[in-house]
Each structure stands twice: as C-alpha cells, then as structure tokens.
Design a protein around this ligand. Structure first.
Ligand SMILES: Cc1ncc(COP(=O)(O)O)c(C=O)c1O
Length: 441
C-alpha cells in the first residue's frame, strides 16, 4: 500500500498529505525510518507494524483521518485510545494553544497560574458531586500515581485493590494495581499490599477488603481489559461497600472521561460519586498531553494541607496544557459531543451486533457504551487478523492489551454517521474474509 489508497473524496476532509516526497522516494524513506526504529527505538515493534500492513510512518492527521507518508488515508477508530475524542487538530483547541503559545508556554512556578485556576474551576463545574479540587499532570498513569498517594495519606492505610484485567498505566504504582501479569511479572516487587478481584463482582470486593485497604481502584468500563461493562447494580454496591469499610473509591476515567461513553463521566451512568477520579487522554483535546486527578476538599486537605508541595510536578498544568484542556472541555459541551457519543454509540453497537448475528462462529460477544465498543472473537488470532484486515481496508481499530481476543472501536466523538457505516462495513468485510481464510486452513 504505497501510492495513496484513499477514501472516496466526499468522505474525507479533502486535505492532502503535506509530505512532498516523490512516489519513488517513499519506500526508501519508509525503510530509513524502519531502520532507525530497529536501531534506536524498538526493533520488535517494527515486525508487528509491518505485519499489520503499516510499514510507512504516519505523516499527519486531521479530523477523523490519519495519513501516512504515501498519502494513504486511514479512518481513525482507535482514537488515540480515547485521546482523540475531538478528532485530530480540532481547530478550537489548536487556536487556544496557539494563542497561549504567543503569550507563554511554561510557567516559572514562582507565581500563581491564572490558566491553571481557570481549568480547575471549569473541571469542578463538570465533575460529579463534591469533586472540587484538581491536580493537573501529564499522563494517565501519573494521575493514577497521585490518586494512590492521596488515598494512602487520607486513610493512613497502605493496601490497594484493583481488578483482574484492569489497566491503570505502566509506572510502578499503575502496574501494581493493573490486572494482567504479563506486563507485571518482569518488574516485581511492585507496591506491597495490592490484590485483585474480578471486575463486576461486588461480593469478591467485599471479601477482599481488609482494615488496611486504602482504596479500590477501578475503571467504570474496562478498556484494555476488553470493553467490559458491569451489571447496573455493580457500582452502587461498590460505592456502598467501600464507604462502609472506610476504603476510598478511585474511579479511573482516563479513557472514559469527557463523553466517551455517552455521559460526561462514565460513573454518572450509575449515579455514583467516587472519592478520587483520574482523567487524561481526551482532557488534552487531542493536542496536548494532559492528565488529572480530582477529589473533595477533605482529601485535598490530607494531601496538601500540611505541605502544599507534598505532591508536585514541573510540567503538569503548564499554560499550553491548560489552554488545550479548557478548550477541549468547552468544545465537548458546545458541540453536544456527550449526547452525540450516546446516539452514535447505539448505532455502532447495533451495527456490530448485526454482524455478530451473522457471524456467531467468529464473534463471541459485542459490548460497549457510547463510542467505546468491543468485539470479542473466538480466538486471539482471529482478533489479530481482524485488526490487520481492517487496516488493509484503511480503518484502524485497537488491540486490547489485557484481552487480546477483543478489538476495540473507539472513534472520535465527532465522527460522521456515514463514516461509522464505513467502519462497520470494513469490520464486516474483514470478518467475512477471515472466516474464508480459516475455512481454507
Ligand atoms: C483506564 C486507564 N488508566 C490509565 C492509563 C494510563 O494512561 P497513560 O498511557 O496516559 O499513562 C490508561 C491508558 O490507556 C487507561 O486506559
């Protein structure tokens, strides 16, 4: 796929790749980048990307499309694992960041930051319940680190409970409470006193909590775990059990926050307010890396009351990040993207279920909420073939780190309905092709 495989013009943004390479130069340029990856970045990754038919480097992106250096245009249904809820280079976010850049990029930390104050105020206005204070950092896993520290200091306890197949990032703290051993085993000992319970099982949580459990950390819908949606009564029970035991509830909305599931925050589907919430990805509007954790005044007092520098960061909450996040939240509200995600999500889910009804031999389950959908295949290998088959059809769907049988479809919330149809068509064709291939073996 070297010379510009494109969607029909009416379905694209009409932008062409900025790369000025001649067709004859593209392959050599691709090989040059591959060589640098082999030598300086990550050799094993090259093999995987080549297998997926993604042998050329990414060149640019706008809206829901990503282009490689040859001008091949891909419909982005991975959405930066949730980071591109507003698509790529949303003009309102770009504009806000440019404007801020003309003024100041990073703060001295000697003075207060009006941009940070504005962002935290805006966040308090959209966060559930009494979650009023926010700490802004640079990534999801940093947000999780901060949340875990807040729980320890607030409760005076040390232990944490996470969920089987849960995912909270790859720092030592994030890994300690994440739920797939393959990513943890090489790095033991991790944080002491951490255990896992099955996701969706409130009785298991009740049985696992000890007097030393500082917090239960959980995603509302497990993303990397394979888009696992719990029963409706799970989170109300979790809230009750944690409160009764003096254990804090940390809800990780790094992936699900800011409209992804058809609510501003996924925990709002279940009408619960956590003690701490973590966010990242979509918070940066797809333009800046931004993470955050938020809690109520009591928790904040425990964390910062005696020493306002007990938890800090050099780059977190910088003015560019704040400008992006403010624009991202405002745009999400102004453009009605939470509702859009809910409505389009229903269409996506019913389209996928329709495919499943014809392909029950290949697809075991289809699930999701809003524009976060998962398709569970009968085997890991079928899911891998489905990802590469979709990529060959210029539609990017995601691999699930903690459940390789599941592919995820999480497009930008701004996606047009006709393009969602296009994605469904690509998945349908890919599943049919994969079934034929398997029948031949
Ligand atoms: C629920 C959840 N928490 C935490 C993280 C870690 O975020 P980051 O990759 O920004 O460190 C992720 C990343 O996918 C995530 O999905």
């Amino acid at each position: 796929m070297v010379s510009g495989t494109r969607f029909p013009k009416h379905l694209t943004t009409g932008r062409s790749s900025k790369n000025k390479l001649q067709e004859s130069e593209i392959e050599a340029y691709g090989e040059e980048v591959v060589e640098k990856y082999r030598k300086y970045v990550n050799p094993a990754m090259v093999a995987i990307l080549k297998f997926a038919g993604l042998a050329l480097p990414e060149e640019d992106a706008s809206g829901v499309f990503i282009r490689d250096v040859a001008g091949n245009e891909f419909l982005d249904c991975v959405g930066g694992y949730g980071a591109f809820s507003l698509g790529h280079l949303h003009p309102k976010v770009v504009e806000a960041v440019k404007k801020q850049l003309e003024k100041e990029a990073l703060k001295s930390h000697y003075f207060m930051s009006a941009e940070l104050a504005d962002l935290c105020e805006l966040m308090a206005s959209v966060l559930p319940g009494d979650l009023q204070y926010s700490f802004i950092c640079n990534s999801g896993t940093e947000a999780v680190e901060g949340a875990l520290k807040a729980a320890r200091i607030h409760t005076g306890r040390t232990g944490f409970i996470g969920t089987v197949n849960g995912f909270h990032g790859k720092t030592f703290g994030g890994l300690s409470v994440s739920g797939r051993e393959i990513y943890k085993e090489a790095f033991h000992p991790l944080l002491p006193g951490c255990s896992l319970v099955p996701f969706g099982d409130a009785d298991a949580l009740a049985a696992a909590i000890t007097p030393d459990t500082a917090a239960f950390i959980v995603e509302v819908i497990q993303g990397e775990g394979g888009v696992n949606v719990p029963d409706d009564d799970y989170f109300p029970k979790v809230r009750e059990i944690t409160a009764k035991n003096g254990t804090m509830l940390i809800i990780d909305e790094v992936r699900t926050g800011f409209g992804r599931t058809g609510a501003m925050f996924a925990c709002q589907h279940y009408d619960i307010v956590p003690d701490v919430i973590t966010m990242a990805k979509a918070l940066g509007g797809g333009v800046m890396p931004v993470g955050a954790f938020s809690a109520n005044a009591d928790v904040w007092n425990s964390l910062f009351g005696k020493n306002p520098y007990l938890h800090s960061t050099t780059f977190g909450g910088n003015p560019l990040a704040c400008a992006a996040a403010i624009a991202a939240i405002k745009t999400t509200i102004e453009e009605g993207l939470v509702e859009r995600s809910r409505v389009l999500g229903q269409k996506l889910l019913s389209g996928l279920k329709e495919i499943q009804s014809r392909r029950g031999d290949m697809i075991v389950d289809v699930r999701g909420k809003g524009l976060l959908a998962g398709v569970e295949f009968a085997l890991d290998d079928i899911a891998a073939l489905a990802i590469t088959g979709c990529a060959r059809r210029n539609v990017l769907v995601a691999y699930s780190l903690n459940n390789p049988k599941v592919i995820r479809i999480e497009p930008p919330l701004i996606i047009e309905e006709s393009l969602l149809d296009r994605a469904l068509e690509a998945i349908d064709d890919t599943v049919a092709e994969t079934a034929e291939m398997l029948a031949m073996v």
